[in-house]
Write a protein that binds this ligand. Structure first.
Ligand code: ADP
Ligand code: MG
Length: 739
């Protein structure tokens, strides 16, 4: 009989509860989730996580830097009642800058030249740094000589001595030696809470130092050697007790690498599992209908990108395993044609295909587009949404089950439990980030079709790897009409607004159409605490309903205005969209319901009210609604004055969605990026994207090698990685891959 390997029950000190006297401090530690020695040692200092160097700061970005004061002075402020500013010249090994402290004149005395500081704040346009939070970062056993930080960093710039130092720290730990005396010791700062301060946490961590040697090393030795990473215990020691300027970063990278590696292992194993278990129909017959359609049915020639992606998809469809492909395409890059081609591949094999969109409005539009693009091709297609009348729904469900319908377009109504397909071979999910994981999974129940996930929210490759690492990725960059920049202007104040309307009217008189986008539906719809003053004045938040009335009676009197917002009934929305698309209205006053996918080629102007209330990717989506046809588009972003936001300036400067996504990513933290929060991935504790993009690429390569050699992670050098995978993502992550 085969016996399970014996594991000696080793009483681990890491699992031991922290011994704290009952009281405020114990409560605080509990609130932080720190009840064991192990948890305490994994409670990482906060500041080093994102500490950046002066040279890499970007305007508008919030960041923490570790610097040394070179010079400091107070500067009086002219405004009455304001305390003098404190201005300091601060530097790290990468460069120097001017940091400004507000409202705390006494700091000029406290932070004398030579003091090391951790500053949290934001870089401003003029190369300065506005400080929001600050703390002395170094306590000196013996007082570091001035300039030590720079010297330290310089000496260790090669990285290797620092790596040795990190490993050294552990060796000393293990042998009980004290750290080198006289070294400048940067002091770690911890996320703290009521009852426990950062300093108290540090004291506890110091008390638990001895337990570091019990920390499990999950990375295989070959990986650590080839990636030149310290072991986990060394990395933790380097972060908690840094001795040189680079120690804590080296420790952080080691922990981040493991975190990224484990996530990539999860993705790659999930993908392997799906490939092995989901058999899809091989669509290998030569294209007949789809080819004929491409050659003669289209009113335009395909772009090179479209042809390339169609070929990539064709390869996938030929395989007996289900395609899982993400198609990232700039707004207006022509994803619909690509999707329809893939769907027709299913039809010409006698199977079915479905196109699912996140909103009714978009589903209706897709339905109309599909009908128009199909032209005379005899393909039975229907529409199914939540508001399809019961009788028609029943009829459609019958035809789906019998196979009488070849193509179906709709919303999530397509994946309801009572919808049965005879043979669903291809599914397309438009604006896939709008759907939840569960909705995407529901498609598998409908026959595990080849699936094309489409998104117009471009994300940098790193983030795609981090969030959608289990999908293959295709990209459409070319725009059909050439990348013609939509002229974007940032306007504020009545005079500029008046000029914008002037231009708008000119365009309308020339036969173009326009959108006016407002953040709110109605003034009542404002969230509590929002400014809900009458819609006219500067500084108020405009609502679509009120703005429609206002424009009708003022700047746009005499033009045909229509309203579209999410609060309208589906049928009303349909009617409004159809009327606008048919040119029966000049201006559509709308909320962000038009953000997704709406395609009216004659629309050339967009006015976005309260632009400061929208995110970059939202603005990019909105702006993509104009300039889709032969007429150049223009976009007026109505912002506050002065127009200071880095986001809005990025919109003016850049047209490329991929570039904007990168800026967005730099301005926010990765988890806040539209579309990634829902994906359930990309939530890292230590890793920090996009800064860690190279680390991510290496972790990806490493995970690929490991999965290729030992997908089940059964080899001795991988079992601890398997444990790490399970403790991060649960036991499902270890489900075996079918042969
Ligand atoms: P998106 O990628 O944003 O979904 P669409 O598929 O809606 O873009 O296409 C945008 C517009 O460009 C549509 O009107 C579509 O018919 C048109 N279009 C698509 N491909 C081409 C092409 N190769 N040449 C000219 N126009 C095209
Ligand atoms: Mg689209």
């Amino acid at each position: 009989m085969l016996q399970a390997p014996v594991r000696w029950p080793r009483p681990s000190r890491l699992a031991a509860p922290l011994q704290l006297p009952a009281g405020k401090m114990a409560d605080g530690m509990e609130a932080l989730g720190l009840s064991t020695v192990g948890a305490l040692l994994e409670h990482l200092p906060s500041d080093s996580r994102q500490a950046r160097t002066v040279a890499t700061l970007r305007t508008g970005e919030r960041a923490t830097v570790a610097v040394q004061v070179r010079a400091i002075r107070t500067r009086p402020v002219r405004r009455r009642g304001m305390r003098p500013l404190v201005e300091a010249t601060v530097a790290d090994a990468s460069g120097s800058m001017r940091a400004t402290f507000f409202n705390q004149p006494w700091l000029a005395q406290r932070y004398r030249p030579g003091t090391r500081l951790l500053l949290h704040g934001a870089a401003d346009q003029r190369g300065g740094f506005r400080v929001w939070n600050h703390a002395p970062s170094a306590e000196t056993a013996n007082g570091p000589p001035e300039g030590q930080l720079a010297v330290d960093a310089g000496a260790r710039a090669a990285g290797e001595p620092a790596l040795e130092a990190a490993t050294d720290a552990v060796r000393r730990e293990r042998s009980g030696e004290p750290g080198g005396a006289g070294q400048a010791a940067a002091v770690a700062h911890y996320p703290a809470t009521e009852g426990v301060s950062s300093t108290q946490i540090l004291t506890l961590v110091q008390g638990a130092r001895g337990s570091l040697r019990e920390v499990t090393e999950a990375l295989p030795a070959v990986v650590r050697v080839s990636e030149r990473l310290p072991d986990r215990a060394g990395a933790l020691a380097a972060m908690h007790f840094p001795e040189g300027a680079q120690d804590s970063e080296i420790g952080r990278r080691r922990l981040a690498f493991e975190e990224l590696l484990v996530a990539q292992l999860l993705f790659l194993r999930r993908r392997a599992r799906r490939r092995a278990s989901r058999r899809a129909r091989e669509l290998a017959e030569p294209p007949s209908l789809s080819e004929r359609w491409l050659d003669s049915g289209l009113p335009f020639a395909l772009t090179g990108d479209q042809r390339r992606v169609i070929a990539e998809i064709g390869e996938d469809l030929r395989e007996p395993r289900a395609m899982q492909r993400l198609l990232m395409g700039e707004v207006g890059s022509g994803k619909t044609v690509v999707a329809l081609q893939a769907m027709l591949r299913a039809v010409e094999h006698g199977h079915q295909a479905a196109l699912m969109a996140p909103t009714e409005t978009l589903a209706h539009q897709h339905f109309a587009t599909v009908q128009r693009l199909l032209g005379a091709e005899p393909v039975a297609v229907a529409l199914l949404t939540g508001s399809t009348p019961a009788r028609r729904r029943e009829d459609t469900l019958g035809k789906l089950a019998s196979g009488e319908l070849s193509l179906i377009v709709g919303t999530h109504a397509l994946i309801e439990p009572d919808v049965h397909y005879r043979e669903l071979a291809v599914a397309v999910i438009d604006e896939q980030h709008r759907f939840g994981v569960r909705q995407r999974a529901a498609l598998d129940v409908k026959g595990a079709p080849h699936t094309l996930h489409m998104t117009a929210t471009p994300i940098p490759r790193t983030l795609a790897l981090a969030s959608y690492g289990d999908l293959d990725v295709s990209v459409l960059r070319d725009l059909p009409h050439g990348r013609r920049t939509i002229q974007t202007r940032l306007l504020s104040g009545e005079r500029e607004r008046e000029r914008a309307y002037e231009e708008l009217r000119e365009q309308l008189r020339a036969g173009r159409q326009a959108y006016v986008v407002c953040p709110l539906i109605e003034q009542d719809g404002a969230r509590p605490g929002e400014d809900t003053r009458a819609s006219g004045g500067e500084g108020s938040v405009r609502a679509a309903t009120a703005e429609l009335e206002r424009l009708r009676g003022a700047e746009l009197a005499g033009f045909r205005l229509l309203l579209l917002h999410g609060g309208m009934r589906p049928r009303e929305k349909q009617a409004a969209m159809a009327a606008f698309a048919a040119g029966e209205a000049d201006v559509l006053v709308a909320t962000t319901v038009i953000e997704v996918g709406i395609d009216v080629p004659n629309a050339a102007v967009m006015v976005v009210e309260n632009a400061e209330r929208f995110g970059i990717s939202q603005l990019h989506q909105l702006r993509g609604r104009v300039g889709r046809g032969e007429h150049p588009g223009s976009c007026f972003l109505m912002g506050p004055s002065p127009p200071g936001s880095a986001r809005l300036r990025a919109m003016v400067e850049h047209a490329d969605g991929f570039r904007l996504a990168e800026i967005d990513l730099a301005l926010r933290k990765e988890g806040e990026l539209v579309g990634t929060r829902q994906s359930g991935a990309a939530q890292f504790k230590v890793a920090c994207l996009p800064q860690d993009d190279q680390l991510l690429e290496r972790a990806r390569a490493c995970a690929e090698a490991i999965v290729a050699a030992d997908a089940e992670l059964r080899e001795p050098e991988h079992v601890l990685l398997a444990d790490a995978l399970e403790s991060s993502f649960g036991s499902d992550a270890l489900k075996p891959i079918p042969a």
